[in-house]
Design a protein around this ligand. Structure first.
Ligand SMILES: N[C@H](CCC[C@H](N)C(=O)O)C(=O)O
Length: 276
């Protein structure tokens, strides 16, 4: 079948977005891998599917697939691209869009300056909800990584994140430790691995080795998880600029029981068709 798609990115974290409302097709893992392949397919970090909702009082269902083919709970950069896509394709005329994902309900708002504001919902810090093996919830945890002892934060934004603090992200051991921690036995559903440098109480630098992809130029849920972890550890204020290799996001989290608000750009690159 010939499928129309739109290539988009959020700060260089790139996506193939497919409207499965006006096109009827069942995406399987081997389709995702072909689409995401940067040599034999289109190439992207994640594939995003736009579907009709299954829950009442929700505008759309938003499904997220990592390049390796696995379906995941949440994607922050993808959520901003999703909002831009459904408005540009006139699938909705709404400014405020309510969307169901595997990781829960999120609220999207396309601002007039073309930035997108996303209510990402409440972060989960209970290890059982991340999931992460730990005796009890804490601001940070001792994690043995290939014989090295790291103090890490652990947060779920619907998807699991672990946050390491480093002196300088430019020299962070992303390539060496990212794959090891991604599959660490204490994260039964694997984990996205953030390397955070605290510049100031309202400014961090971050690199993320993403579960199912590898290092990406930006990670929206990773930026949220890093900000939450820094606030919980008493090192960050409630509004933080997160500088990622692909650009900056603004994250606001007033504290426990409150949602995380992420604001940033969403860019359309090209349209196309692919034979699956
Ligand atoms: N790799 C992530 C999904 C994509 C998250 C990221 N692209 C974002 O912007 O949040 C996971 O396996 O949970």
């Amino acid at each position: 079948m010939q499928l129309r798609f739109t290539k988009m990115h959020g700060l260089g974290n790139d996506f193939v977005v497919i409207d499965l409302i006006t096109q009827r097709f069942k995406l399987k893992p081997h389709h995702i891998r072909k689409i995401a392949d940067r040599h034999f397919g289109i190439g992207c970090d994640q594939v995003l599917a736009v579907e009709i909702p299954t829950q009442p009082d929700v505008d759309f269902r938003y499904r997220i697939y990592n390049a390796e083919g696995s379906e995941v709970e949440q994607c922050g950069n993808g959520a901003r691209c999703f909002a831009r896509f459904v408005r540009d394709k006139r699938l909705t005329g709404k400014q405020q869009i309510k969307v169901e994902t595997l990781g829960g309900i999120i609220q999207l708002e396309v601002a007039n300056n073309r930035e997108v504001r996303v209510d990402m919902g409440e972060p989960q810090l209970d290890p059982k909800r991340i999931p992460f093996t730990a005796d009890q919830q804490a601001a940070d945890y001792a994690l043995d990584v290939a014989g090295e002892q790291w103090q890490v934060g652990a947060v779920s934004m619907g998807n699991p994140h672990v946050v390491l603090t480093v002196d300088n992200v430019d020299s962070a051991p992303v390539e060496r430790l990212g794959p090891i921690i991604e599959s660490h036995p204490r994260f039964p559903q694997r984990v996205n691995v953030g390397f955070m440098q605290v510049v100031d109480r309202d400014h961090v630098r971050l690199r993320v080795f993403e579960r199912g992809v590898g290092e990406t130029l930006a990670c929206g849920t990773g930026a949220c998880a890093a900000a939450v972890s820094g606030v919980v550890q008493g090192r960050l204020d409630d509004t933080v600029t997160v500088d990622l290799p692909g650009g900056s996001l603004r994250i606001h989290w007033p504290g426990a029981g409150q949602p995380v608000i992420m604001t940033g750009p969403a860019t359309t690159v090209f349209e196309g068709q692919i034979q699956l």
